[in-house]
Ligand binder design. Structure first.
Ligand code: SF4
Length: 424
């Protein structure tokens, strides 16, 4: 198990990750051993691990997956590959369609980045009615996914009686918007039992130990709109997740904590810092966050604004939001737009993050140098989305070495030529 191995110093895998991240391998080992950095990867397969947490670069995840209405396995695999092509560091398969097992198995085999899933979706589909799941269905789904080579699983362990009690006492506009959280809540109320993932967390740890599976402790109680943000049910769940992080660390199981969701801009920093404090500085994985509710069709931009501020405050892992969020299952183009927006947010965060600041700013400096040199090839090569940059330039060219924005009145060229005259 990587977390335990890391206690004895840098393994070859850790050394490789440290090199790619430009950080010290011994320090990285120590952070992994303490659970402050997670490297989601299943012990039964070999992929280049991506580190999430302190000191390393901010990572980006893209969600794909079928639904009952759009149930095309090949399409979801294609979307996952588009996500990786545009820089996603991880992919989560949220399939709930008929062919969900094939999607998961293909992604586990074909992707070169960590794969995450939400096994409760699988458990819910095992029965005609989701509330008829057995406690064993919860755990056997996790085991099946781990066996298939999934690297990290979202488990909504914090949706327990305590959290639901807070929801009852503190009503919301949008109640629960997490699909896993909603399934868990419906099951608990129907069966009049507590959440099996919470009650039998030790059993979950045993499965995770067997496969060195990373547990992504899900935010089933995350607020689904600005009006519900930062309330008691949300933070009740975070308190529980913090306790479970401790148990993961004692068991040598890597863990990540998931967070909101919808957060007003002036509450993003507080949310990140409070979550970090309550979870012992566990790697923090946020959905967005979305900082306004009014932009369906443009939620990838809203997520990038929230993600930049959250990353600056200490969030480590950003789940991308696509333009189709709140509207429909995303297309491959939506995934590309979402990943690019997420990568921009992650880079912006890295320009101020300890361990990444110098490297990230050097990337900006190199782009600026290419701009100053009017070196279009280099600018396009270094662009976060080279295809788009090249397309835009190619469709509206100008004569000469400038661009068609100012054409012959290019400020960069005018000043360069004037300076060359040597008169100042
Ligand atoms: S033409 Fe204008 S926009 Fe284009 S490179 Fe020159 S200064 Fe920049």
């Amino acid at each position: 198990m990587l977390m335990r191995d890391a206690r004895n110093g840098a393994t070859p895998e850790i050394k490789e990750i440290a090199k790619a991240e430009g950080v010290d391998a011994v320090r990285l080992s120590s952070l992994i051993a303490k659970g402050l950095v997670a490297v989601p990867r299943n012990a039964r397969k070999s992929i280049a691990g991506r580190a999430v947490g302190r000191l390393v670069s901010t990572k980006v995840n893209a969600n794909v997956g079928t639904s009952k209405d759009y149930d095309d396995c090949a399409d979801e695999v294609k979307k996952a590959k588009v996500a990786v092509q545009y820089g996603a560091d991880a992919v989560m398969d949220l399939s709930t369609g008929h062919d969900r097992d094939t999607v998961r198995k293909r992604l586990a085999k074909e992707l070169e980045v960590p794969l995450g899933t939400v096994p409760i979706y699988h458990a819910a589909r095992k029965r005609r009615n989701a509330v008829d799941m057995t406690a064993d269905d919860f755990f056997s789904s996790v085991r099946e996914h781990a066996k298939d080579g999934v690297d990290f699983v979202t488990v909504h362990c914090g949706v327990n009686r305590n959290a639901l009690g807070r929801l009852k006492n503190d009503p919301r506009l949008l109640n629960i918007v997490s699909r896993g959280g909603a399934l868990t809540m419906a099951w608990m109320l129907h069966n009049e039992k507590d959440n099996p993932f919470y009650e039998e967390f030790d059993y979950l740890l045993e499965i995770a130990q067997e496969y060195d599976l990373t547990l992504s402790l899900g935010d089933g109680m995350r607020p689904g709109c600005m009006a519900d943000a930062s309330d008691r049910p949300e933070f009740m769940e975070v308190i529980t997740l913090g306790e479970l992080v401790k148990r993961c660390r004692e068991a040598g199981v890597q863990s990540i904590v998931e967070g909101p969701g919808h957060v007003p801009l002036d509450e993003v920093e507080m949310t990140v810092k409070a979550m970090k404090k309550l979870t012992g500085d566990a790697p923090l994985y946020l959905l967005g966050p979305l900082v306004t509710d009014i932009a369906p069709g443009y939620d990838h931009l809203v997520g990038a604004i929230g993600g930049s501020v959250a990353g600056m405050a200490g969030a480590d892992f950003l789940c991308i939001v696509t333009p189709s969020e709140h509207l429909a299952l995303p297309t491959a183009d939506d995934i590309r737009d979402g990943v690019v927006a997420g990568k921009i947010a992650a880079h912006v965060a890295d320009t101020v993050k300890e361990g990444q600041r110098e490297r990230s700013r050097e990337t900006d400096r190199r782009m600026s140098q290419a701009r100053s040199d009017l070196d279009w090839k280099a600018q396009i090569r270094m662009a976060v989305d080279p295809d788009r940059a090249e397309h835009i330039r190619g469709t509206r060219m100008t004569e000469g070495e400038t661009c068609s924005m100012c054409s012959d009145l290019c400020a960069i060229k005018l000043v360069r030529d004037a300076l060359k005259s040597g008169k100042i």
